[in-house]
Ligand binder design. Structure first.
Ligand SMILES: [Zn+2]
Length: 282
């Protein structure tokens, strides 16, 4: 049999890396830096946008939604710190008292990262908008014990019928000193949105709220969709990624601990299957 020596069309360099490990995460960040991207947090992006010449820069807004396992976020924060990168970590309101999360937040702040509130007040308060706003204020104050929070980001609450962002139809977060919310204050006509939701980079088809539906067709038409981190890195190497990107990750997925890795892989596989069945029955 004749085997062609031509290189395959995707990921010949990175395809052997196990995806969603800290090593792969570091390789992705290094790949972006090698190709001239500056990696910044969301508050930094909003401030930079006000300066002249910012649009000529190659920028990645690095956002993390800390949905679970905050200790994993400290690990990605350390990886970023070692590369001179400052990102934004969005934390959910703590449930219960003895979770030790405060120490982790403090450590992430010490590494120079931004902290924000990953709010889900409207779904936690069953759609009661006044109660949700009071709840929001309480937890904004809570996070401001650790960091002068300037940005907030909605948790998707996929199992809730409430969209947490609807709180801002009745209230204005700017009156609380908040300068931005990624879904509401990013110019997505200029910034490509990538998220690891669904444990893949093209999970927008099954994502409930973590997606930007108004621009996804344009991005897909341009070929800006990749499934694995290896494919994404290959595109960066080829220079086929756009100049401005928002990259969202859930640090609980990214681990070098193999038992945790298999647990995440299995639970996400089951979740994706359930979502697909739901979509088919709709
Ligand atoms: Zn979330």
């Amino acid at each position: 049999m004749h085997i062609s020596k031509k290189s395959s069309t995707f990921a010949p360099k990175f395809v052997f890396m196990r995806d969603f490990t800290l090593d792969t995460y570091r390789a992705l960040l290094e790949c972006l830096q090698r190709h001239g991207y500056i990696l910044i947090g969301f508050a930094d992006y909003l401030k930079r946008k006000k300066q002249e010449g910012w649009s000529d820069e190659r920028l990645v807004v690095l956002r993390h939604d800390v949905d679970a396992r905050p200790e994993n976020s400290l690990k990605t924060a350390q990886v970023e710190h070692s590369l001179g990168i400052k990102a934004t970590y969005y934390f959910r309101a703590p449930k219960g008292s003895s979770n030790g999360e405060g120490d982790i937040i403090r450590a992430i702040v010490r590494l120079g990262h931004e902290i924000g509130y990953h709010y889900e007040d409207l779904s936690l308060c069953n759609g009661d908008i006044a109660q949700a706003y009071a709840h929001f204020e309480t937890y904004l104050r809570y996070f401001r014990q650790y960091y002068a929070v300037e940005t907030i980001c909605a948790h998707g609450s996929p199992r809730s019928k409430y969209d947490n962002r609807d709180l801002w139809k009745a209230y204005d977060y700017r009156s609380l000193g908040i300068i931005g919310e990624p879904y509401l204050d990013t110019d997505f006509s200029d910034v490509l949105y990538l998220t690891d939701t669904g444990r893949r980079w093209d999970g927008y088809k099954t994502a409930v709220r973590d997606k930007i539906p108004q621009f996804q067709d344009t991005w897909t038409a341009k070929g800006w969709t990749w499934r694995t981190t290896a494919q994404l890195m290959e595109a960066i190497e080829k220079g086929s990624t756009p100049a401005h990107i928002m990259l969202t990750t859930h640090p609980q997925r990214w681990t070098n601990d193999m038992s945790l890795w298999y647990y995440e892989w299995l639970s996400q596989t089951v979740k994706n299957l359930v979502k697909r069945i739901r979509l088919m029955s709709e």
